[in-house]
Ligand binder design. Structure first.
Ligand code: ADP
Ligand code: MG
Length: 298
């Protein structure tokens, strides 16, 4: 197990930022830690990286205890903080070389992480000259220097433009091939784009912990069909697992099913049996966004 959290609570004064939370992250797995602002994501990540201590409960990273084995934990994790403090006057290589020395990492690793994070074309520049996307790469390169088992990335894509977003997502996905990645975000689509599993946190409590596949399986499915003729709603309601039928316009119907099994073939058979022609037949995926909203709206 790469990360194991058991009954963890964190109080800031009297405010409970994390309330008795438990979860595991296996290796290799990309897990999205999703929640609205103020949910407790950064607090959890700071505890896992030994920057702050929990008030109660237990957390293990790479089987090391964050309280009693801090150094082993630090060797096991690469951390990209939410507001990554970079020295804008330093050159990329200079910055990485400084940290390599701090970590006691050999110099040839600097070139490796530069290549790994796609920094090569910008590696000769000062950090202050880089775009936000490339600065995030510097942060990632830094987190990778000591070749940690686990990467903890706090909102790694916040503030990036759409192109940078795609590049960084791809990079994180690639890194997740052989490392455990635990990344926070407040954007549902982000999880869909990168993660194997999502842990949703709201007001310091975990409200969902599911693989993306399970999440999709939980959902309803909407099939949009256009016939060449009008059909009574009541007729369509006889389809298996149907929940709702809406005639959106002319001969176009949106049929909601209580399943994610592809129901288009049933609609096709229905049309055939009733001598109707199908002019279009599409599956509309109910967005995971709605689940997120549902779980975090109070
Ligand atoms: P997130 O990263 O999900 O936005 P945080 O973990 O930063 O959430 O914050 C969780 C809650 O704890 C928020 O209500 C925040 O205001 C509070 N909080 C965070 N850090 C501190 C701190 N150092 N002192 C007091 N309260 C804090
Ligand atoms: Mg945060």
């Amino acid at each position: 197990m790469s990360i194991k959290v058991e009954n963890l609570t964190k109080l800031y004064g009297t405010q409970k930022a994390l309330n008795n939370i438990s979860f595991d992250v296996k290796k290799p797995e990309i897990v999205g830690f999703l929640g609205p602002n103020g949910a407790g994501k950064s607090t959890m990540m700071k505890i896992l990286t030994t920057f702050i201590e929990a008030t109660d409960g237990k957390a293990l990273v790479n089987s090391f205890d964050v309280d009693s084995q801090k150094q082993d934990v630090q060797k096991s994790v690469g951390y990209l903080p939410e507001h990554n403090p970079l020295y804008l006057d330093q050159y990329v290589r200079e910055y990485l070389a400084f940290n390599a020395q701090v970590y006691g990492v050999s110099k040839h690793r600097i070139q490796e992480v530069i290549e790994l994070t796609g920094l090569t074309p910008e590696a000769h520049k000062k950090i202050g000259q880089l775009s936000k996307g490339y600065r995030q790469r510097v942060g990632l390169a830094n987190a990778l220097l000591h070749n940690p088992e686990v990467l903890i990335l706090d909102e790694p894509t916040t503030g990036l433009d759409p192109n940078q977003l795609i590049d960084i997502r791809k990079l994180i996905k690639d890194l997740g091939q052989d490392k455990t990645v635990f990344l926070s975000t407040h954007i549902m689509q982000e999880v869909e784009a990168m993660c194997d599993r999502v842990i949703i946190i709201n007001k310091g409590e975990i409200v969902a912990n599911k693989t993306l596949k399970e999440l999709r399986d939980d959902k309803e499915q909407v099939v949009v069909v256009e016939f060449d003729y009008r059909v009574e709603d009541a007729f369509l309601l006889k389809l298996p697992k149907v929940k709702q039928v809406t005639n959106t316009y002319d001969f176009v119907y949106e049929i909601t099913f209580n399943t994610t099994e592809d129901m288009r073939s049933h609609v096709f058979d229905f049309a055939h049996d009733n001598q109707l022609k199908i002019l279009q037949l599409n599956q509309k995926n109910a967005s995971l966004e709605s689940l997120f909203r549902e779980l975090t709206s109070n």
